[in-house]
Design a protein around this ligand. Sequence first.
Ligand code: ATP
Length: 886
Amino acid sequence: MLTPTLTINPEAGGPDKWHAMQLAAVALQLGTDSDHGLTPAEAAQRLVRHGANKIREQRRRTVLDMLISQFKNFMIVALLAAALVSGLIGEAADTLVIISIVLLNATVGLIQDYRAEHAMASLGQLARLQATVIRAGECQTIPASSIVPGDVVLLDTGSTVPADLRLVEASGLKVAEAVLTGESVPVEKGTDSLDGASLELADRTNMAFKGTVVTYGRARGIAVATGMATELGKIAGMLEVAPAVQTPLQKRLAAFGRRLATVVLVICAIIFATGVLRDEPVLLMLLTSLSLAVAAIPEALPAVVTVMLAVGARNMARKNALVRRLPAVETLGSVSWICTDKTGTLTLNEMRTTELYVYGVRFPIASVDTKRPAVRCLLEALALCNNVSRAAGGEVAGDPTEVALWRVAAEAGLDKGVLEVTGPRSLELPFDSDRKRMTTIHRTGSGFIAYTKGAPETVIERCSASLSDHGVVAMDHERVLAAAEAMANSGLRVLAVASRKWDSLPAAHNIEGIERGLTLLGLAGMRDPPRPDVRQAVEACRSAGITPVMITGDHPVTACAIARELGILAPDDTVLTGRELSRLTDVALVEQVAHTRVFARVDPAQKIRIVDAIRAHGQFVAMTGDGVNDAPALAGADIGIAMGKKGTDVARDAASIVLLDDNFATIVGAVEEGRRIFDNIRKFIRYALTCNSAEIWTIFLAPFLGLPIPLLPIHILWINLVTDGLPGLALAAEPAEKGVMLRPPQPPGESVFARGMWQHIVWGGLAMAGVTLLTQAYAIHVASTHWQTMTFTVLTLSQMGHVLAIRSEQASFFAWGARSNMPLAGAVLLTFALQLMTIYVPVLNTVFRTTRLNMAELAICLLLSSVVFALVEVEKHLIRRGFLYR
Ligand code: ATP
């Protein structure tokens, strides 16, 4: 077990006893103030003293580990052994070259592994946890890793507790502590100090522990331990190490690679045997077949796919889509339905209160008479039943709905701080999206007053009277509901506000009782403009065969007004409310979802039913969410997408992708990027396997055509090195195909070899081998001493021609031009230059056993090398015409 790094000192008193101490003693011992927190300077000093608030990570693979793993390949070891034997017998120079090339190959493999590892690690960095603390009396959002003992930390529903905290304030707080205690039922928390110094963790109900999750309520606490000194840190050594997750595609490719390796080994054995039977030198045949095996077994496939996925994920992060689970990158291209939230995702979440409704009359905000007693009461309620807080720099921070409501009160001259001095808050029943309302209770001179605000239909039905300027009067429910509906119809988000007087403070658990018998104070209507780029993104979805659907907690009328404006809801589409949905059977829902484009007043629990119903149509569903209760739907969707700004840690944990800007258009951008990455992975596989099979066919078929072994082992290894390494990786930089968002989604689970891929590998490999063997036969016939150099050159350069041609699955190379992928152009030119060096640099002639070609021979090589390029262009032409692989 790991020992805590936090030593006992003034600010870290008796560890493990915090729950038994009085709050004042805790604050004293930690040298902090539970209202104002630490000063930034003190926090910085403590950070140096205690170190970052992080659980020590598992050891990463070092470069040496990665280097060693390059040689954990039986074929490579066998090849090196055979090379050594041949060196001992005589061909020392050859042995050196073979070993150098194998080492270079290992270096390329190492670089690929390192890039993959590095890209994955930097993705992890991006997903860092944030926390809210109070420092010098102001709220600040900081990386959770900078929390120090003594910091005052705020917790909200859905947040992950960032350090071990002694709670100072807790309203309705419930925490799921399964990571620590294994108990999945959330524990209720309070602030009273507890008896019994040696209580079990599960019983320390005035503490919140690092890594546990707030499932309900809000709280404030003092950090008593951070990093490895926390309870989580103490057991970190015992936690299971999560194995490196392979994406489905990587798994399939690894399995495919293993099968392919067997086939290649059998072929190499046949090549070896036939060679020996034809009286070729045994050692040469051994080296040839082993080199071929090393070259043709695509062991780099999974690593290259990782690099492509991870680099793609980094690109997505730059465009505000943070990938938490790599498989999402490869499956994004299959998304056929996107179920999205409204507030903040389709709209800007920049709420402004534009109308108030007080005792039967609607007022635009500009013409509200704030001196009227009833208006005054409504405004006071808006300021008090509100959780906005002052952030650094005097800004107000909080939920945009609340900020908008706070602002009307503030603009009418009501100061929330002052109101809270005369009417301090005694109790809060926090907002949750199932109840769709919240209540705060304040002390008054004569007793208490409760303010409730929330969705009109849930608040209005709980009201028994209404407030006028002359006091409490009877209420016309129908009339108020109609007013709320009319406000919603003009696209406004409407909240109803009510109050109730109490002589004594009611018990907090009696939520139903507290939120009953209310007096309606009025309605507030807020406008939340749609995001400017969403309309276009919705159109892009349609042309890409993706159906966008709105699922919102908001009122159906408000929801429809916005959905219509954004093009999500057409005249024939239907709208379904949560209440209607709850009456449908699963079978009926499956039928209903086919033409429903707006789901309104939906509880988070219903989202999972919607996802399942859509998936029952065989659709591949991306679903957004932000709250704690959205987590099951996020986990149940094919791709769960959480909101980075307004989302909770719980939702982020359950999601595969986090939108850093909460924007719907970002999802569509990510789908496009996913399609591009998947295309590029397919291009790499197409390229690598076609080339590898060409190498095999060439060596395998030569004897049957009465030709000598076309290439020496060093040639085979060289081709593998220069062609597989750079050009292959450069394919990751290939821009998206034109029209990538004009084709339907790729069917989920479709083989990577579908849509003409395997056919291409078969004919492409045979064609490349055919051209190479033709070169060999022709060259032996006319230029006997140079034949092998020509054969070697044609095979290398054919692969370059091939990679240029397969850059697009359909478009002609000439339509794209070489400059649209400069890394690839550079890789091809470099390979070309290296190949010329093997022919024209004298020492390399000795090393590679090549001969200088004259201009005519070189020209013939170039001409023959472009045959495969031309054939692939013909193939693409036929695809464009619709003759092939439909
Ligand atoms: P979406 O699901 O698209 O994000 P939403 O924000 O309207 O929409 P919820 O946050 O679940 O969904 O809110 C549901 C309803 O609860 C709102 O329509 C509103 O009537 C009410 N509501 C929202 N925020 C508050 C709040 N802070 N206090 C009281 N009631 C609220």
